[in-house]
Design a protein around this ligand. Structure first.
Ligand code: ATP
Length: 255
């Protein structure tokens, strides 16, 4: 199967001649369509850097990143903005919803920017809102809904354009455990029913246990890879905890 995302020998350095930090040191991996992949690692291991270079927010120092076969490391900044809008969806810890727009308008934002027909926008937004159980909230504003509901709105906004790849950065970080579980079930369901490809960075073994595969990074390099396979979520969770212990136990956020 053709990979949706392919990283080839990625390196990323920060700083100048006198002090260089190697945040990513030769990482390669592929993600195929419909995967739900987690990235874990201790603080400072390079997770955010990795997500940022895939998200086209930051540039690699060496190596290539292909999204749906296109090399994003070779694109000009103008091309990148359009590419990002068309192919990537984002779910961040702090939701990034606009307070002056209704929930409907927040979900519709990318469609509006891409000049979709208003009637088609309404139809697409309603469809995904029903799927995520937030259709009753469409006329409310972000400050009128709960944290868990906001995060489901953020998910709806990320998937409404049917992006090739969804990037999630600690999506459960700001949620209580019940809302976190609901969100993870939502994300997992989107992955299964819409075959959305998701890459999620998380500190949390519980969140990671919803993934089908997890990459552990340490000091900017690939430490190990774990595949859920036929294990139950609980078994996978225990396996993740064992790997965290092997890594020195400082991945954190363990429930
Ligand atoms: N803008 C920057 N300038 C210089 N060094 C940086 C910069 N951003 C990150 N680093 C360094 O790169 C390394 C990887 O950082 P990164 O933020 O990717 O780690 P992380 O795994 O996301 O950590 P955390 O879990 O604490 O968020 C660290 O040593 C960090 O100090």
């Amino acid at each position: 199967m053709k990979p949706v995302l392919e990283l080839v020998n990625i390196e990323k350095y920060y700083g100048g001649k006198s002090s260089v930090t190697k945040a990513i040191d030769d990482i390669s991996f592929s993600v195929v369509n419909g995967e739900f992949i987690g990235v874990m690692g201790p603080s400072g291991s390079g997770k955010t850097t990795l997500l940022n270079v895939i998200a086209t927010i930051d540039q690699v120092s060496a190596g290539h990143i292909y999204i749906d076969g296109q090399d994003i490391t070779e694109m000009r900044s103008k091309e990148i903005a359009a590419f990002r809008r068309k192919n990537l969806g984002f779910v961040f810890q702090d939701f990034n919803l606009l307070d002056t727009l209704t929930i409907q308008e927040n979900i519709a934002l990318a469609l509006t920017i891409n000049n979709y027909e208003p009637s088609l926008i309404n139809e697409m937004v309603l469809k995904i809102a029903i799927k995520l159980g937030i259709d009753e909230l469409l006329n409310k504003y972000p400050y009128e809904v709960s944290g868990g509901q906001k995060q489901r709105v953020a998910c709806a906004r990320a998937v409404v354009t049917t992006p090739k790849l969804i990037l999630a950065d600690e999506p459960t970080g700001a949620l209580d455990s019940k809302s976190a579980q609901m969100l993870l079930e939502t994300i997992s369901d989107l992955n299964k029913t819409l075959e959305t490809t998701i890459l999620m960075v998380t500190h949390d073994a519980f969140a990671a246990s919803y993934c089908k595969r997890i990459l552990f990074i340490k000091d900017g390099t690939m430490f190990t890879e774990m595949i859920k396979g036929d294990q139950t979520r609980k078994q996978f969770f225990n396996q993740i905890l064992d790997t965290i212990a092997l890594l020195g136990g400082d991945v954190g956020g363990v429930r």
